[in-house]
Design a protein around this ligand. Structure first.
Ligand code: FAD
Ligand code: SF4
Length: 342
């Protein structure tokens, strides 16, 4: 009979790893805490760089799950390690055993209300990148009504010592460029500003996306941090910033401000790390055994990790890591069985 492999997290990473493990002859069990599989992909509308529909990718990932056991709305109570592997017990009392355990519990979005100066949760016209994706997906929103001036603020909760996150979230510059172009398509008369510190567009075709944003859509890129947001008497926003290239302070009236919230560790990562005795990096993401040679393997035998739970990643990077983790589990089990460890 095929060996069970427990996967914690049913986002893009967990789903892809499960399929690869199933194809390698195992019986994966996905344990997902939310009501539905799919992770953050469920929240996105179109994906950078080409604008592929997220629901198309989601459909691909969540179809063909034959041979894979999955449980949603689970609450993991304990995880125990024994010589034979891992036992995961849910709050319902149900337990699952597996010779190896794969963590794919992903990330959470930085809570924008923590940056009080941007007014999220205070002013209706301040929204996040995730809110805007929902608007694109649903086509309606009570706040977004023909904005004439739109601002995008990069690095919200990332590269910011004040909120305890020095790191770059990697995906939000590309998201900001994509979303600015989409807004210009919807509201061709709108003037769109993007406030950035550096633009980090590293992938294939990402530069073209940026050039299109400037040349075709006329998005105005301003190098500088927004320092303050307040509400004007007519309900529009007053945004204060500094153009650090022109060394000029700016005060702009804006109808809609979109905060590019970044990727921070999932709440459960700290408690899972404690239970499993694994190290977290200074940034709060799991620390693999070796970031170059063994990025999917923990120090502990039989414990693996992949996707955004080890740091910000795009979907293609996440899926590649999922497949790599599955192959590493297969190799680990083969070696362990041959040498009689398991
Ligand atoms: C604003 C934004 C836009 C993005 N747009 C794009 C894009 O256009 N193109 C692109 O390539 N990438 C994009 N990304 C990146 C993409 O979202 C990630 O690469 C991808 O979601 C990572 O997948 P994952 O499975 O590792 O993590 P997640 O998507 O976070 O999934 C993790 C899953 O684990 C579950 N989980 C967490 N803790 C537990 C627990 N204790 N027990 C059980 N289950 C648990 C969660 O509920 C979730 O379902 C974007 C990211 C952001 C922030
Ligand atoms: S990807 Fe861009 S917006 Fe996101 S943290 Fe890095 S520099 Fe800032």
């Amino acid at each position: 009979m095929a060996e069970n492999i427990i996967i914690i997290g049913g986002g893009p990473c967990g789903l892809e790893a499960a399929k690869t493990l199933r194809d390698l002859g195992y019986a994966p069990i996905i344990l997902e805490k939310k009501q539905e599989l799919g992770g953050h992909l469920r929240k996105w509308d179109r994906l950078f760089p080409e604008g592929v529909q997220a629901k198309q990718v989601l459909k691909e990932l969540t179809s063909g799950l034959k041979g894979i056991e999955w449980h949603t709305s689970v609450d993991i109570e304990t995880i125990e390690k024994s010589r034979k592997g891992y036992t995961v017990t849910l709050s319902t009392g149900v337990s699952y055993n597996s010779p190896a355990l794969l963590l794919t519990n992903g990330f959470k979005l930085f809570p924008a209300e923590k940056k009080e100066e941007y007014g999220y949760g205070i002013y209706d016209k301040v929204i996040t990148n995730a809110d805007l994706e929902q608007y694109f997906a649903k086509g309606k929103d009570n706040v977004i009504k023909k904005p004439k001036t739109i601002g995008f603020v990069h690095c919200v909760g990332s590269r910011d010592e004040k909120v305890g996150n020095r790191q770059c979230s990697k995906v939000c510059c590309a998201t900001a460029v994509k979303q600015a172009c989409e807004m210009k398509e919807l509201f061709p008369d709108a003037t769109i500003y993007s406030f950035y510190m550096d633009l980090r567009l590293f992938g294939r075709n990402y530069e073209d996306m940026y050039l299109t944003a400037q040349k075709k859509y006329g998005i105005r890129y301003i190098r500088g941090r927004v320092s303050e947001v307040s509400e004007d008497i007519d309900g529009s926003l007053i945004v204060k910033a500094e153009d650090t290239l022109l060394c000029k302070p700016l005060r702009l009236k804006i109808d809609l401000l979109v905060l590019m919230t970044g990727i921070v560790p999932e709440n459960s990562s700290a408690s899972l790390a404690q239970q499993l005795n694994i190290e977290l990096g200074e940034d709060g993401f799991y620390k693999p055994k070796d970031t170059i040679l063994e990025p999917c393997m923990a120090e502990n035998n039989g414990l693996f990790m992949a996707g955004a739970c080890t740091g910000p990643k795009t979907i293609p990077e996440t899926l590649s890591e999922a497949r790599a983790a599955a192959v590493q589990i297969h190799n680990y089990l083969n070696k362990s069985w041959i040498s009689g460890i398991l």
